[in-house]
Design a protein around this ligand. Structure first.
Ligand code: FBP
Length: 553
């Protein structure tokens, strides 16, 4: 197979481990810390996880390895959206497993959690793993979004594990997948299977973090990739001086990706969904906020700019959520057929006008027609509006355009406004992992095996002190139940890992807030450039501004 020169070079990169894991397997000892409690709803979580609740946090140290010598057969699963570094979690896991005992076996279940249920797997070999070291993507075994959450599925998983003599399963996933990892761990313990479950924190969205997990893997590389592109666009905008670029970035609901990209590139505008919700901003007030920047810059002769829009923002606009709920209701059951049978958009519009409340109709009426149609035409199998498909970058540019036309008529604005639109998401999910993600992921995988070897179950592989050089990172594990609380999901109270949204009193947002007025008016762009893999560590090993600010650096 032909591979690119960079891939060839990256296959040879030796990821950096935390200092305490560097001396070889024989010299990794374990230190048990405090007993843990869940972050909230302790009694309820304890009752739901009688076998795995309240366990101790643990840290690895340099010292004599006292783990039991037993053959390990481990299965690994990639779950959910791709994130740069997944291949390194698997290679770290494989290296630790083989270094402990060459007879140990690592299976990869294909296509996500469904691979475990369907017993569809590969057995890893040196040659297989070596072809994927330090590469992006999840193509080594594929990923999927099947949820492992029912008793029936757990029973199948137990059967498959028994058939292959599996001693542990590693689930590489986000908050939902790791919540399910904890439930599976409890099931295995309660049924005396002897199979351990270890989770690894993955998602480019950056919303799996808490006091134990400093960041999920993939966030660093994905945001660096988007920031490179945004910086390039900023430079183009500042060269041509004729376009306003509206750039939507991924990150399903939380705005960590948008915020990090803003900190990296200093655009004129960046919306933060959590702030939109907190201040109960309307579509019109958001459009006015952006139009103010367009007009202020136009007054200085700068008819160009860059605005970052987080993927999930419309769901955080209160009036928009109400509109979506009303549309879902309007098309529930047979009413959808009635709507679909109407011959023209005019007829459909009349149907909508009759069905929505006055307030929601007012919101609907200001949307551009393409977005109005998107809300009705592209719905999920349950008939609900697919909010994630709404082209919010186009929505906001159209609303801003309308505002500017009004201002022109009123004689308060006299600039030119030519918007262009971009969506950066998939571009970043499979990039070659940055050195940070390559090192972090390899360490997560290596560490996951040490947790298995020392007999832990229902733990998340934890590497901390991440803003420091890898030598100073701290390797250990945290019971997943510690991160859980009860939340209402689909009409039921469920134990879940809390999703981390952007904290409006957190240091990254505060920094952004302190500078955004200047960025909105002036041209303060930063050009981060492409991810650097070779060269000075001050450039190559640098992690995110979010993490640095959170750590007070
Ligand atoms: P995970 O939370 O599973 O890591 O996925 C996150 C994400 O990349 C979001 O940013 C995005 O909204 C979504 O996946 C896209 O999903 P899909 O790959 O199914 O199109």
């Amino acid at each position: 197979m032909t591979i690119s020169p960079l891939q060839k070079e990256r296959l040879l990169y030796a990821p950096k481990l935390p200092g305490m894991l560097r001396n070889g397997i024989a010299e990794i000892s374990v230190k048990e810390g405090q007993e843990t409690q869940s972050v909230a709803d302790q009694e309820k979580i304890k009752a739901l996880f009688p076998n795995t609740y309240g366990k101790n946090e643990i840290t690895f140290e340099k010292g004599t390895n006292t783990s039991e010598a037993k053959k390990q057969v481990v299965g690994v699963i990639l779950s959910g959206g791709q994130a740069p570094g997944g291949h390194n979690v698997i290679s770290g896991l494989y290296d630790a497993l083989k270094a402990t005992n060459p007879d140990n076996v690592l299976y990869g279940f294909k296509g996500g959690p469904s691979g475990l249920l369907e017993d569809d797997y590969v057995e890893f070999t040196d040659e297989f793993i070596d072809a994927y070291r330090n590469t992006g993507g999840f193509d080594i075994i594929g990923s999927g979004r099947t949820k492992l959450e029912t008793e029936a599925q757990f029973a199948v998983a137990a059967e498959v594990a028994k058939k292959h003599g599996i001693t542990a399963i590693v689930i590489i996933g986000g908050d939902d997948s790791n919540t399910n990892a904890a439930v599976l761990a409890e099931y295995f313990a309660a049924h005396g299977t002897g199979v351990q479950v270890i989770g690894c924190p993955k998602t480019i969205d950056g919303d799996l973090k808490n006091e134990d997990i400093e960041c999920s893997f993939g966030f660093d590389t994905a945001t660096k990739t988007y920031s490179e592109l945004i910086g390039n666009i900023e430079r183009d905008a500042n060269s041509a001086k004729k376009y306003w670029h509206f750039i939507k970035v991924m990150g399903r609901s939380a705005s960590h990706v948008a915020l990090e990209c803003a900190l990296e590139t200093q655009p004129n505008i960046c919306l933060i969904s959590e702030e939109v919700a907190e201040k109960k901003m309307s579509l019109s007030s958001i459009a006015d906020y952006i139009a103010d920047s367009v007009a202020d810059r136009a007054a200085d002769g700068n008819n160009f700019g860059v605005a970052i829009i987080p993927e999930g923002v419309v769901e955080f606009v209160p009036e928009f959520s109400v509109l979506i709920a009303e549309i879902n209701e309007l098309l529930a059951g047979a009413k959808a057929d009635e709507f679909n049978a109407l011959p023209t958009w005019k007829d459909k519009y009349a149907f909508i006008e009759k069905g929505l409340t006055k307030e929601s109709m007012a919101v609907f009426a200001i949307l551009p027609e393409t977005i109005q149609q998107q809300l009705f035409l592209e719905r999920d199998p349950h008939g609900n509006v697919q909010v994630s498909l709404i082209e919010s970058e186009k929505l906001f540019s159209a609303l801003v355009k309308a505002k500017l036309e009004e201002r022109k008529k009123a004689g308060t604005y006299n600039g030119k406004f030519s918007p262009l639109h971009h969506f950066f998401g998939y571009e970043g999910r499979c990039a070659f992992p940055s050195n940070f993600d390559a090192d972090y992921c390899y360490s997560l995988g290596y560490n996951a095996f040490m947790l298995i070897q020392y007999g832990y179950n229902g733990y998340l592989s934890k590497i901390s002190n991440l803003s420091k050089p890898a030598e100073e990172w701290v390797a250990g594990g945290m019971p997943i139940t510690k991160m859980m609380n009860m939340e209402r999901r689909h009409g039921e109270d469920k134990p879940v890992i809390r999703k981390a949204l952007v904290e409006l009193d957190g240091k990254p947002f505060k920094f952004f807030e302190a500078h955004r007025a200047e960025w909105a008016k002036e041209t303060c762009y930063l050009f981060p450039g492409a991810i650097q893999y070779y060269g000075a560590p001050s450039v190559c090993d640098l992690t995110t501004r979010t993490l640095a600010l959170e750590k007070g650096e």
